[in-house]
Design a protein around this ligand. Structure first.
Ligand code: MOS
Length: 693
C-alpha cells in the first residue's frame, strides 16, 4: 500500500451525523419519501410449493372500488431476461416455492389492495413437493463453487489417515436451523416510471446493484434507472435485489406516471427475501498427545432452492483457522422446493464457526486442556490454506485479553460443578474470524463548494452501520480538513458508483475510493484549492491482497446459567474482544460489535424457522412464533478491541466489523452451557427442552 492515512478524525467517537434526523423521525426511509398520487401494491402468494398456475380469476378483485389493476402471469409486462427464476416475477405459470408471487393488486390504498388480493382466485396443478433437508438424501450434489467464489471442496495431506492414527479424536455432527433476516425496516420500494426512466426509492444494501439488476431485467441502459436510499433500517444481507423490487417496478409500468408503493409485511418477508440455509455439519478433529491438531475435516450439507442455486461457504473459515497439516472441507447441497437462501450476517463464517468452535471445545476437554490454551497451541504461523503470511492476526491477543478481563483464570474446568439458587452456572469461549473483503466498483468525486467546504459524493449506503459518519471522518482526514468541512452525499445512484454494503466490505471499498479521490484532488489543486475545483478517484488495486491473508479475529467469552429444573437459559455476561485493524469510530464500531453479538445471542437461544414439510412453508413466520433475543436474555454485553496496525489492508488500516461480532457467539454460549450442565447440545437453538434430562 502507499502508506496509511494519518488519523485525526479517524479514531474519534464522532456522534452519528444522521442521529438527530433518525431520533426525531425526519430521516426518510424508502416508503416515506413523499410522492404525488401514489398507489399501493399487495401481492398474491402461491399456496402450493410446486406446480403450475392453471387459472387466475381476478373478476371479483377488479370490481372492488379503488382497485386499479390486477397483475397476473398472463397480463404482466414482459421482462427481457427470465434466466434468474427468483427475479422473473409473473413471467411464467410455474411455481417453485410456497409464497412465490403469483399475482398482485394495485389500488388507491394499501387496505383496498390487501382486501382485493384476498379476492383473487388462483387455481393450480399441484405437484408433490420436497422441502426436507436430511443428511441421508441420495440427491445431494457438489456445487461448482461456494459463495462468492471459493472452491467447493479442499483437501490437504491425508486427513483420513491422520485421523485414524491420532492419539485423541472427536467426530461429531452439529446442526443449525433455517434462520431469517429480520431487519426492523421491512423491504420496501417506491417505483415511478417517467417514460422509459425508472426511479426507485428502495430499502437496499446496494443502490448500484439494484440499478444494474433492474436495468438488465427491463433491457434498459443502467443510467435509465435511479435508485435512492439515504437511510436503510437494517438488512443483514437480505436487502440485495429480490422479487419484491422487481414486482414494484413491473406494477409501476402498468400505472404509468403514478408511483407504486410496496412494503412487505413481516410474514411476507419469511418467504420472499431469503434466509440462512439450515446446515448439517460433521466435524472430525484429531490431535497428538500434546493437544496439537493433526487432522481437521469439515463436511457440510445445506440447502438451496430448485429455482436458483445459493451455495453458502460454511466450511471456508475452517480452511484457515487452525494449524493442522491434514485438512479436508466439503460442501453438498440439496435443491429443494423452497425459497432461495440468501446472505445473512456472517454467511459461512457464522454457522461454520458455530460447529468448528463447538468441536474445538469438545477437543480441548478430550485433550485435558484449557480451551483458551488449546486454541493458542494450534495457532498457525501462516495461513494453512494459502501458505501466505497474515497481514495481521491477533487471535491470541484477543484470547489472552478476553481471558484476563473475564476472570478466566478462576475457572474450574469441571463441567456441571457450580450451582447457585437452582441455576447451573458455566463459562465458555469461542474464536471469531471474518475475512477482509474488498469489492471492486467504487468511485468518488470531491468538489470544493464554498467557504472551505468539500462535497464528497459516492453511492455508498448506510444500513444502520454508521456509513454517514465514518466516511465523513475518512474524507476529512484524506483532505486534511475538519469533519464539519465535509458534506458527504451517499445513497443515490446519481452519485459515483459504489459496491454493495455487504461482506463487511463497505468501508474498505468506499473509503479507499474516497481516499483516492482526495489524493487526486490535493495533487491537482495543491494547498489552496478554489471553489468549483473537482477531482475523482476509485478504489485502487491492492497488490498486498496477493501477498497476504487478510482476516479480522476475535474471542468471545460467555457466562451462562441453566435452570436445573426448567432448563431455562440466561446469559449474564457476554464479552467480545476483537482485532479488526484501525477502528474508524469507536462509538459506531462498538454498536456494530454489540449488535452482531446480540444477533449471535439470538441465534444461540431462539432463532429457528420451522419448516412445515406438509405445506412447504415456515410455520412460525412472524414475531409471535419466530423469537429473537430481548433484554431479559442477557445481563451485560460488552465489546472491546485491541490496537492493531495493519498497513496492508487499505489506506485506513481498517478491517470490516459488521459481521465478525456474530461469528463465534453461539459457540461461546453453547460451550458455556455445556460447562454449566455437562450437557452438550449440538443442535441450535439452545432451547430449554434440550437441557432437561
Ligand atoms: Mo452481509 S450478510 O454481507 O449484508
Amino acid at each position: 500500500m502507499t502508506g496509511l492515512l494519518e488519523p485525526r478524525a479517524i479514531g474519534t467517537s464522532l456522534e452519528r451525523l444522521d442521529g438527530r434526523a433518525k431520533v426525531t423521525g425526519t430521516a426518510p426511509y424508502a416508503f416515506e419519501h413523499p410522492v404525488d398520487n401514489g398507489v399501493y401494491l399487495h401481492p398474491v402468494q402461491s399456496s402450493i410449493a410446486r406446480g403450475r398456475i392453471t387459472a387466475v380469476d381476478a373478476t371479483e378483485a377488479e370490481a372492488l372500488d379503488g382497485v386499479i389493476a390486477v397483475l397476473t402471469p398472463a397480463n404482466a409486462p414482459r421482462l427481457v431476461s427470465g434466466d434468474d427464476r427468483e427475479l422473473a416475477v409473473l413471467q411464467s405459470d410455474e411455481v417453485g416455492f410456497r409464497g412465490q408471487f403469483v399475482a398482485a393488486v394495485v389500488a388507491e390504498s394499501s387496505e383496498i389492495a390487501r382486501q382485493a388480493a384476498d379476492m383473487v382466485g388462483v387455481t393450480y396443478d399441484r405437484q408433490p413437493h420436497d422441502t426436507e433437508l436430511r443428511a441421508d438424501r441420495d440427491d445431494l450434489y457438489a456445487p461448482g463453487v461456494v459463495n462468492p467464489d471459493y472452491p467447493t471442496d479442499t483437501s490437504d495431506g491425508d486427513p483420513d489417515g491422520a485421523f485414524a492414527s491420532a492419539a485423541v479424536t472427536i467426530d461429531e455432527t452439529y446442526t443449525t436451523p433455517m434462520e431469517h433476516n429480520n431487519p426492523m425496516e421491512p423491504h420496501a420500494t417506491v417505483a415511478l416510471w417517467a417514460g422509459d426512466a425508472l426511479t426507485l426509492y428502495d430499502s437496499t444494501q446496494g443502490p448500484n446493484l439494484v440499478r444494474d439488476g433492474i436495468a438488465g431485467l427491463f433491457g434498459l441502459p443502467a443510467d435509465r434507472v435511479r435508485v435512492i436510499a439515504p437511510h436503510v433500517g437494517g438488512g443483514f444481507g437480505s436487502k440485495t435485489l429480490h422479487a419484491n423490487v422487481v414486482l414494484a417496478a413491473v406494477a409501476a409500468r402498468v400505472v404509468a406516471g403514478r408511483p407504486v408503493k410496496f412494503a412487505l409485511t413481516r410474514q411476507q418477508m419469511f418467504s420472499l427475501v431469503g434466509y440462512r440455509t439450515p446446515t448439517i455439519q460433521r466435524i472430525r478433529l484429531g490431535a497428538d498427545s500434546d493437544g496439537r491438531l493433526t487432522a481437521i475435516t469439515h463436511d457440510v450439507i445445506e440447502q438451496t432452492s430448485r429455482i436458483k442455486e445459493f451455495a453458502e461457504q460454511t466450511a471456508v473459515p475452517t480452511r484457515s483457522m487452525y494449524a493442522a497439516p491434514n485438512r479436508r472441507t466439503t460442501h453438498r447441497l440439496a435443491a429443494l422446493d423452497v425459497p432461495v437462501p440468501t446472505w445473512m450476517r456472517g454467511p459461512g463464517e457464522c454457522p461454520g464457526m458455530y460447529a468448528l468452535e463447538s468441536a474445538m471445545d469438545e477437543m480441548a476437554l478430550a485433550c485435558g486442556l484449557d480451551p483458551v490454551e488449546f486454541r493458542i497451541r494450534n495457532e498457525p504461523d501462516v495461513d494453512p490454506e494459502s501458505g501466505l503470511p497474515f497481514s495481521s492476526r491477533n487471535l491470541v491477543a484477543c484470547l489472552r485479553e478476553g481471558a484476563r478481563r473475564f476472570g478466566w483464570e478462576r475457572r474450574d474446568p469441571i463441567p456441571a460443578a457450580r450451582r447457585e439458587d437452582g441455576w447451573l452456572v458455566g463459562t465458555g469461549v469461542a474464536a471469531s474470524t471474518f475475512p477482509v473483503i474488498r469489492i471492486p466498483g467504487s468511485a468518488a468525486t470531491i468538489r470544493r463548494v464554498h467557504d472551505g467546504r468539500y462535497r464528497v459524493e459516492i453511492a455508498a449506503v448506510d444500513i444502520g452501520t454508521g456509513t454517514w459518519t465514518a466516511l465523513t471522518q475518512i474524507a476529512a482526514d484524506a483532505l486534511d480538513v475538519p469533519v464539519d468541512a465535509v458534506d458527504l452525499q451517499i445513497g443515490d445512484t446519481a452519485l459515483p458508483p459504489a459496491s454493495v454494503a455487504g461482506g463487511s466490505s463497505g468501508i474498505t471499498s468506499w473509503g479507499s475510493a474516497v481516499v483516492d479521490a482526495a489524493r487526486e484532488f490535493r495533487e491537482k489543486y495543491g494547498p489552496d484549492p478554489e471553489d468549483g475545483d473537482e477531482a475523482g478517484g476509485a478504489m485502487p488495486d491492492n497488490p498486498d491482497t496477493e501477498r497476504f491473508a487478510m482476516h479480522a479475529y476475535g474471542a468471545q467469552f460467555a457466562e451462562v446459567r441453566v435452570h436445573a429444573d426448567t432448563g431455562e437459559i440466561r446469559v449474564p455476561r457476554l464479552l467480545g474482544v476483537f482485532a479488526a485493524g484501525r477502528i474508524i469510530n469507536p462509538r459506531t464500531a462498538r454498536s456494530q460489535f454489540v449488535g452482531a453479538m446480540t444477533m449471535g445471542l439470538s441465534m444461540a437461544l431462539h432463532e429457528d424457522s420451522v419448516m412445515d414439510p406438509r405445506f412447504g412453508q415456515v410455520a412460525n413466520h412472524d414475531f409471535a412464533g419466530y423469537h429473537i433475543a430481548t433484554n431479559a436474555d442477557i445481563g451485560s454485553i460488552d465489546a472491546i478491541w485491541i490496537e492493531e496496525d495493519d498497513p496492508h489492508v487499505n489506506a485506513m488500516g481498517s478491517k470490516g466489523i459488521g459481521e465478525i461480532g456474530i461469528v463465534g457467539t453461539a459457540a461461546a454460549i453453547a460451550n458455556a452451557a455445556h460447562h454449566a450442565t455437562g450437557i452438550r447440545i449440538r443442535d441450535l437453538p439452545l432451547t430449554a427442552d434440550k437441557y432437561i434430562r
